[in-house]
Write a protein that binds this ligand. Structure first.
Ligand SMILES: C[S@@+](CC[C@H](N)C(=O)[O-])C[C@H]1O[C@@H](n2cnc3c(N)ncnc32)[C@H](O)[C@@H]1O
Length: 283
């Protein structure tokens, strides 16, 4: 099975407790700062309508809702019931736009045509089984002149904490497991292919920029290791005998040594952020 599908299925069937590792460890340390950066590129205005595709636990959704304010409107869509549970469980801030969450795959969004000023998709497109179909859906949902914002990680070597995890997985569980891990989140890292795909999907004014943001796991390699509980390898890891679990923890510590300082993992992550527009939809 292709690893993109493995990851997609693992999100679809994940438990809320597994996705809590994502929400509690990864969202505040990386996904929220990256969401702010993407929204800065898109220059949201109060009163706008925003659709967040592959919204996960509402990372971009909630920040967009604050930016467009109570006169705006925000919808988050995801195929993972566990992610949506987490998103819905969060209390909205008073100054936020009314927000709804819908369970649906990106290739078949349950939203009307021409209903949104902006569509965002942070670290989701790489997992979609049919990326052109998902982009066609995003275009359908946008009003003429509407804006698209997409973020996708650069190569895993440019996100060193995760390269360390892939290295450790390879040493303990073999290259196939490491490759499958890498090919999900970091499996669509070529900026030219991304730009071409979006242009071919009918968007104009397509710009892809590369950014690097700091990434710190103050809990050290042990905290970094916990992020695998929300990865597609989680089920395999849960079934490992204690000796292999220990070997993996030691391998992560060793692989992360060059980026560990006084017990803290201090590194960075690198992502492409694409912005584009919908022109005249009659063409
Ligand atoms: C790395 S998470 C990103 C979540 C969120 N955008 C954020 O910034 O925290 C990837 C998300 O993509 C979702 N996803 C994967 N395949 C999908 C699909 N085919 N349709 C909709 N969502 C999908 C997963 O359920 C997961 O919530």
């Amino acid at each position: 099975m292709a690893s993109k599908q493995e990851w997609g299925q693992s999100f679809a069937s994940a438990s809320t407790s597994a996705m809590r590792f994502y929400d509690e460890i990864m969202v505040p340390r990386m996904f929220e700062p990256w969401a702010e950066l993407m929204l800065d590129q898109m220059k949201l205005q109060s009163g706008q309508a925003v659709l967040d595709v592959a919204c996960g636990p509402g990372t971009v959704t909630r920040l967009a809702a604050l930016r467009v304010g109570p006169s705006g409107r925000v919808t988050g869509c995801d195929l993972s019931p566990a992610m949506l549970d987490l998103a819905r469980s969060k209390i909205s801030v008073r100054a936020s736009a009314p927000t709804e969450y819908l369970e649906c795959p990106a290739g078949s969004l349950r939203v009307p045509d021409d209903a949104f000023d902006l569509v965002t998709c942070q670290q989701g497109l790489q997992f979609f089984p049919d990326r052109p179909a998902a982009l066609a859906e995003m275009r359908r949902a946008l009003r003429p002149g509407g804006q698209l914002g997409i973020a996708i990680w650069c190569a895993i070597e440019d996100c060193p904490p995760f390269a360390a995890l892939a290295d450790a997985l390879g040493r303990v569980l073999g290259a196939e497991t490491a490759d499958a891990y890498e090919a999900g989140p970091w499996g669509f890292s070529d900026s030219d292919s991304l730009a071409r795909l979006v242009k071919d999907s009918g968007f104009t004014n397509v710009k892809v920029r590369r950014y690097e943001l700091p990434l710190i796991f103050e809990g050290g390699p042990g905290q970094l290791l916990l992020t695998l509980r929300a990865a597609s390898v989680a089920t395999t890891l849960a079934q490992l005998p204690d000796a292999d679990q220990l070997a993996l923890a030691e391998a992560v510590e060793e692989a992360a040594r060059p980026i560990t300082f006084d017990g803290i993992v201090r590194s960075h992550a690198t992502s492409h952020i694409l912005t584009a527009q919908v022109g005249d939809k009659r063409g």
